[in-house]
Ligand binder design. Structure first.
Ligand code: PSV
Ligand code: MN
Length: 427
């Protein structure tokens, strides 16, 4: 068992370096033959970052069961320690997206300092009006920001305003608002009026946002409401963001769409109109499965990053927030996040490999097969040596999961942290 220090990482890397150099040289030659600059790709990979969700380092679950793992984080300070490990090994995840009230503490300056000690800062804060909290005066059983009762809406607005205040203390610049509001019966709720009430409530939050903040509006097709959801799709999200103003943008959680929806096209649309605020990366097969990014459909992840690479040249302030949102039910959450960060970084790097000029020319000339082959060449490139070089040069691990296992972190935490409570899991 060893602390995950720079020396420890260097020691773990040593036996892997010769093989890594060989792999990188081989790839560099191949890329150079195709007119790509391998070192420029490494530099781009080094500049890429994705935020880790504070809730992702705990074991998730379903409404049927949760199977807690040993040494789980007990509170946000433990969560930061785990997030620090992920960043130290990958050099890809310098920020954490916190969720309130789950991560509530008394002293937010202390929390910010604790994050700093782990080499971390805070990304978007997330509000939670999809659960009732102990002692909360009014219930969200029938909704929150769109509730028929003004007092409940006010309570939900006040919680979001508190999140903005917390975020200011933490150095965040965005709030992500996802609500579970909706209905389970035809006729239960006025579909039109529920959206009006939602717009009214979010306008009150919007008015309190500092000028350099963004409000990220997250839609979701269904669940917990199974007949209608107030903010079910990117169309509703876009309408809300448009209505609210320039600081409001749409957040695309990859698991929140109907099966087979062309998510990359949604990304292209939103970015074209300056409304692409950010992502919650995960993978899914059936619905909001919250599986590890790229574990089922890595090609879709690549196609999303291809649209982002296309969009990057467009609006001057294009700066989507990249965040992970996954539920780790059967793995060590740290290992899942190490692997997911690699998958997301890999999709980004593959999209950078694509020869955009050639692609545009083939598209213009309607050369379908060559356009397809140009895009596919990026996807088929094994970018692992680029990512490894970016990591190693930044002080990270050649093989993050191997180094993590060697460190004995989880066994150590199992001794230090008391066993967590069992119960149902993630929303
Ligand atoms: C809802 O399913 C969601 O995707 C939202 O982002 C929540 O904040 C998160 O999951 C955690 O429940
Ligand atoms: Mn999400």
């Amino acid at each position: 068992m060893a602390a995950i220090t720079a020396d420890f990482i260097a020691e773990q890397n040593r036996p892997l370096l010769a093989g890594h150099r060989e792999d990188f040289e081989a790839l560099a030659h191949k890329l150079a033959r195709g007119g790509r600059d391998p070192e420029a790709l490494v530099a781009e990979a080094m500049a890429f970052a994705v935020a880790v969700p504070s809730w992702g380092v705990g074991t998730g679950g379903t409404r049927f069961a949760r199977f807690p793992g040993a040494g789980e984080p007990r509170n946000i300070f433990d969560k930061l320690a785990d997030c620090g490990v992920i960043h130290r090994l990958t050099r890809l995840t310098p920020t954490v997206s916190p969720h309130f009230p789950w991560d509530k503490v008394k002293d937010y300056d202390e929390l910010r300092e604790a994050a700093k000690r782990h080499g971390l800062a805070f990304d978007a804060v997330n509000s939670n009006t999809f659960q009732d909290q102990p002692g909360q005066p009014l219930s969200y059983k029938f909704g929150s920001l769109s509730h028929t009762d003004k007092a409940v809406r006010q309570q939900a607005i006040a919680h979001n305003l508190e999140c903005v205040e917390i975020g200011k203390a933490l150095g965040s610049k965005a709030i992500t608002v996802w609500i579970g509001d909706g209905s389970n019966f035809a006729g239960q709720s006025s579909l039109a009026r529920a959206f009006d009430r939602y717009l009214d409530s979010t306008a009150a939050i919007y008015r309190a946002l500092p000028d350099d903040w963004r409000m990220l509006i997250e839609h979701k097709l269904f669940e917990p409401a199974f007949y209608s959801t107030v903010l079910a799709d990117w169309g509703s999200s876009y309408l809300a963001a448009q209505q609210l103003g320039p600081k409001a943008q749409c957040l695309v959680d990859l698991g929140h769409h109907a099966p087979n929806v062309n998510i990359e096209q949604i990304v292209a649309r939103l970015s074209r109109f300056g409304k692409l605020g950010g992502f919650h990366f995960n993978d899914s097969k059936y619905g909001d499965d919250d599986l590890d990014s790229g574990s089922i459909n890595p090609h879709q992840l690549f196609l999303v990053f291809n649209e982002l690479a296309e969009a990057e040249a467009a609006p001057p302030d294009f700066d989507p927030a990249y965040m992970i949102d996954q539920s780790h039910n059967v793995t060590d959450p740290i290992e899942s996040l190490l692997s997911s960060a690699e998958a997301i970084g890999g999709a980004f790097a593959r999209a950078q490999v694509v020869d955009r000029e050639a692609l545009a020319a083939y598209q213009k000339g309607n050369d379908v097969m060559e356009a397809f082959r140009t895009l596919r060449q990026g996807y088929n490139t094994d970018v692992a040596p680029i990512l490894a070089k970016a990591r190693i040069e930044a002080g990270g691990a050649a093989d993050p999961i191997l180094a993590y296992r060697e460190s004995g972190w989880r066994a150590r935490k199992a001794q230090e942290r008391r066993p967590p409570r069992a119960g149902a899991g993630i929303v």
